[in-house]
Structure formats: C-alpha cells, structure tokens
Design a protein around this ligand. Structure first.
Ligand SMILES: Nc1ncnc2c1ncn2[C@@H]1O[C@H](COP(=O)(O)OP(=O)(O)O)[C@@H](O)[C@H]1O
Ligand SMILES: [Mg+2]
Length: 285
C-alpha cells in the first residue's frame, strides 16, 4: 500500500507531524512518501491515496489548489475529499454551522463590493480574511482603532477577498485555544494553543505565526460542542477533523473547523500517530 503525504515545497521542514506519521505508516506496512502538492513532477496516480497534510501555502492561490485537488481525486483517493476541501477552505462555513445551531463565535461577513465602514461596532475585535491560515492577515483591534480596522477590511475587499469580523474573545489570553483531534470520527487527543494575536502587532508575514502548544484534556463542555460540530457536517465521517474552540462566558465556541490541512499535533498525543494510521489503513482496505 502506498500513501502520499501532501505537503508544500515551502512547508517540508515545518511539518512536525510528518516524521511520526511516516514512522507509524512504516510499522503498519504502508509505504508513505512526503511530496509537495506544488511539485508538478509528481505523479499522484501511483499512490493508493493522497493525504493532505501541510499544503499551507494555498491560501494565496486557492483556485489553483482546488483544481489540483480535483485532478488528484480523479486519479486516486484524496483525503479529505475535494468537496470537503472546497467547503472548508472558506470560513463562510461558520455562518452555515451557526444557522444549524452550533455555538460559533459571533461572526460578521463582508463581501467584495460591501462598504467596509459597515463593519460591526465592537469593543475589541478581530478582522481576518475568510480564506486564510496560520493567522496570516488576521489582526486584533479595539474600538478606538476602528479607522485602521476599516482600512484593513478595505484592503482585503479590494483584493476580492471576503472578510470575517468577530469579537475578540479575551478568555483566550489566560485559557488558550483548545483543538480536538478526531480520526474517523473518534476523538484521539487535544492540545492547548496559546493566544496568537497580540494587540497592536501587525499580521504575521511567516507561513504561520509561532505557536505555543501543550497537550490538554478537554472539558465535558468542549467535547459536547465538538460532537455538535461534527454532527452538523454535510459529509460522511471523515478520516480527520480538527475542532478549534475558544472559551467564552457562554461556554466553548467554535473558532475554526479544520478539515483541509490541519496540524494534527502528533507529538502531543501518545499513540495518536498509530490511531491516525489505523483509521487510514481501514479505508485503504
Ligand atoms: N475571535 C477571536 N478571539 C480571540 N482570538 C482570535 C479570534 N479569532 C482569531 N483569533 C486568534 O487568531 C488565531 C488565528 O485565527 P483563526 O480564525 O484560527 O484563523 P487561521 O485560519 O489563520 O488559523 C487564533 O488561533 C486565535 O489565537
Ligand atoms: Mg486557526
């Protein structure tokens, strides 16, 4: 059995999940190769499946990435499948999940053509593109900085990007963010991520902002919200899913649902690599 682990030319050395994944694959008798999605010399058809891992540079060229996903899925199995990737690479899915009763962080959307001056009046808030990753182009503002926030939104809208505005959930500063990892719908492990948006600091220019990660045992309330999120998805059970939650006065709320190319933080979950690979092996048959 041959499995391709899809990374990006610019991300090979940054993906801490690749080494434990390869090791677990080898133990399970799966031949795994890490290859870059943006390397045009790769023949994907020779793999039994292609697993999206660290294709983190697609945000600036989403149509190209989605076209690659479709082409790849036409010649082998792509996990997660292209329909899932198309839906999940634009945070407007948060609006859809909120309408289904999932506790999502209050989210306001602006579309190209909208007046950025109509962004909601919030005490402290975040402006970010709906297509983004690694905190790039995300920035935190207070009410007094509304003019700068409007300019930020205008820049994104002028680039034909949709914009997401959310209240800044301050509890993240002490409690951090919780990411729950699921393989084949089964909970595997969770991590705590420290707060990423410093006040007054411009957006990161790196492929992703530096993160402070620890393993974490989720609360019952976090498990409950994550289960609700997964149950609301318009897809069959997926090989992998990561549910990112932030604490709020009203309980945990969905920040982001990662079904495309999430770090799965294998070094922080004892046995996690084996669980992930076992789930993939069942699908490979
Ligand atoms: N509404 C918010 N309240 C508090 N922190 C936020 C909020 N939105 C984003 N952040 C911070 O910015 C980071 C990146 O935002 P996120 O929505 O996860 O986008 P990305 O796709 O770039 O990971 C989060 O991990 C969190 O630290
Ligand atoms: Mg995130």
């Amino acid at each position: 059995m041959k499995l391709a682990l899809a990374t990006a030319i610019g991300a090979f050395s940054l993906d801490e999940d690749l080494a434990p994944l390869r090791e677990a694959c080898a133990e399970a008798g799966i031949e795994a190769h890490a290859l870059a999605w943006d390397d045009p010399t790769v023949g994907w058809a020779r793999f039994d499946a292609v697993l999206l891992r660290s294709t983190w540079d697609y945000t600036g060229r989403l149509p190209e990435f989605l076209a690659w996903c479709e082409r790849t899925a036409a010649v082998t199995r792509l996990w997660n499948p292209p329909g899932v990737v198309r839906w999940n690479t634009d945070k407007r899915y948060l609006g859809e999940l909120a309408r289904q009763g999932v506790p999502v962080i209050e989210s306001h959307f602006l579309a190209p053509g909208d007046d950025p001056a109509t962004l909601p009046d919030l005490e402290e808030f975040v402006v970010k593109p709906t297509v983004g990753a690694g905190s790039r182009d995300a920035q935190r503002y207070v009410r007094d900085e509304r003019a700068a926030a409007i300019e930020h939104a205008r820049r994104l809208l002028d680039q034909d990007r949709h914009v997401l505005v959310q209240p800044y959930l301050k509890a993240v500063d002490e409690q951090g963010e919780t990411a729950l990892l699921f393989f084949d719908g089964q909970f595997s492990h969770a991590i705590r991520k420290g707060p990423l948006l410093k006040h007054g600091q411009g957006p990161t220019r790196a492929l992703f902002a530096a993160e402070h990660i620890q393993s974490r045992t989720p609360s019952a309330a976090e498990h409950e919200v994550a289960a609700k999120v997964l149950a609301a998805l318009p897809f069959d059970t997926l090989p992998y899913a990561r549910v990112d939650l932030l604490p709020s006065a009203d309980g945990p709320q969905l920040l982001e649902l990662e079904l495309t190319e999430p770090s799965v933080f294998l070094p922080y979950g004892p046995g996690a690599a084996d669980r992930f690979v076992a789930a993939l092996k069942r699908r490979l048959g």
